[in-house]
Design a protein around this ligand. Structure first.
Ligand code: V47
Length: 429
């Protein structure tokens, strides 16, 4: 067969397809072609081939609950519709009784994870956070507590008065060690946005920037916690900036995997002038090849790593950037695919159904994603279908979506171990 039989095939993609087949790291120029070619279907197909090689036949979900402990925030990021100021209508801060009740509900419903984040509330003491984790440990001892984004952890270092401007890591280490002792299990991936100074200045200038975000995750990995990461795209960012964001994340993951004992290719491609940090001197490590051994939770005694990248499409409604339209369906599909192809050392790519919608998340399983997040129940950060929406899905709906896409639904815990159930009690394999 010649390529004439595929009239829409962009032949620029052929050398990229060869590299993908060999599991070779793609360059930023490759990424640009993937992001801009009119032949989007070949891009999706390539990403599916990688996803199927890494997770043959399966797609993951979990039974989880989100808890937003306070929406009071000292910052006013332009893209955010969640934050409120003290005294403003709709502001809330949950007390320990409320938190305990949520923990009980989570445990009783068989959830394996609570995902806990909030605003940078200047009125709460550091003990509020350790007390919250301890209270949840008491009422829901088997539920994994995935909590606090990097910017919240820097804020905690500030309120605990251990923050040093010229050494973020020391204060954050102090905070993380105490939170881990109180029950923290891992870090969610929020707050990364797009690592670029221009985007930072335009959309979230008072929030921590790339270096501090990466430092927090580096310290989390060093103290043996796994973490996730995100990319909030489709606002003032440009495609080239998203690709640079991906390069920064995959170098940060090279570093984490190197610490776990992975050896890589010292001569492989590293983009020029992107990661100035002297900390990242690891070789390139890829996991997207046949027989690659994905890191296991048992490795965490040697340190943590990034488990999952979740691209988050920007929702303009209610934010200061409401005049922008936000990304649409094909852009979202393509972004999942490009993310899978560029982030060759990330075990998982998540299509967060709450933001993507369940039908789109299902399509994304065919375009590079292997995970669609969980049952969620209540999500306050964005509302896909309007204020006051109860955003919950059932396990049955998740199964149906995954099976219809041709995969076996696998319930996982936060650390991607298979979950077996007997009624509401569960164990990991
Ligand atoms: O940190 C804020 C983003 C994030 C908007 O780690 C917005 O498994 C779109 O991080 N439009 C929170 N996004 C969500 C998040 C997350 C979600 C699911 C799973 C995981 C994980 C992490 O949402 C925030 C921010 O980056 N966000 N405002 C908005 N208007």
């Amino acid at each position: 067969m010649t390529t004439a039989a595929l009239p829409n095939l962009d032949t620029q993609l052929l050398p990229i397809a060869e590299k993908v087949h060999r599991g070779e790291r793609l360059t930023l120029d490759d990424g640009w072609i993937l992001y801009t070619t009119p032949d989007i279907w070949t891009v999706l197909e390539l990403a599916k081939s990688v996803r199927d090689r890494m997770h043959p036949g399966v797609a993951y979900y979990n039974i989880n609950r989100h808890l937003n402990y306070s929406n009071v925030c000292a910052l006013s990021c332009k893209f955010c519709e969640f934050y409120r100021k003290k005294g403003q209508e709709g502001e809330y801060t949950r007390d320990l009784d409320y938190i305990r009740a949520e923990g009980k509900k989570a445990a009783e419903s068989g959830a394996t994870e609570m995902h806990i984040v909030g605003g940078l509330n200047p009125y709460l003491p550091f003990e509020y956070y350790t007390d919250m984790l301890k209270a949840l440990r008491e009422v829901a001892p088997s539920v994994h507590l995935k909590a606090f984004t990097a910017v919240e952890l820097v804020h905690l270092a500030r309120i605990a008065k251990v923050y040093k401007k010229n050494d973020t890591k020391a204060g954050v280490r102090w905070v993380l060690e105490r939170l881990k002792e109180a029950g923290l299990g891992s870090l969610p991936g929020g707050g990364a946005e797009v690592f670029d100074e221009r985007v930072h200045k335009e959309a979230f200038k008072t929030k921590i920037g790339a270096h501090e975000w990466l430092d927090v995750h580096l310290v989390a990995h060093e103290v043996g916690l796994n973490s996730n990461c995100t990319m909030l795209y489709g606002h003032v960012d440009k495609k080239a900036e998203r690709l640079r964001h991906m390069e920064i994340l995959r170098r940060s993951q090279d570093q984490a995997l190197h610490r776990l004992g992975y050896t890589g290719d010292p001569d492989a491609y590293i983009a020029d002038g992107i990661v100035e940090s002297e900390q990242i001197n690891a070789p390139v490590i890829t996991l997207n090849i046949d027989d690659a051994v994905l890191p296991t939770p048992e490795m965490s005694s040697r340190g943590g790593y990034y488990q999952t990248i979740t691209p988050l499409p920007f929702f303009p409604d209610g934010s200061e950037l409401e005049h922008l339209s936000g990304p649409a369906g094909l852009e979202n599909l393509r972004t999942i695919a490009v993310t899978r192809l560029m982030l060759d050392n990330f075990p998982h790519v998540k299509a967060f159904w709450i933001m993507q919608t369940l039908p789109m998340a299902q399509l994304m399983l065919e375009a590079g994603a292997d995970d669609i997040d969980g049952t969620v129940v209540w999500y306050d950060i964005t509302k896909a279908v309007g204020e006051g929406t109860h955003q919950e899905t059932t396990e049955l709906d998740l199964h149906r979506a995954i099976e219809e896409a041709g995969y076996e639904p696998v319930e996982r815990d936060t650390l991607y171990r298979r979950v077996s159930r007997d009624g509401n009690s569960w164990s990991v394999e």
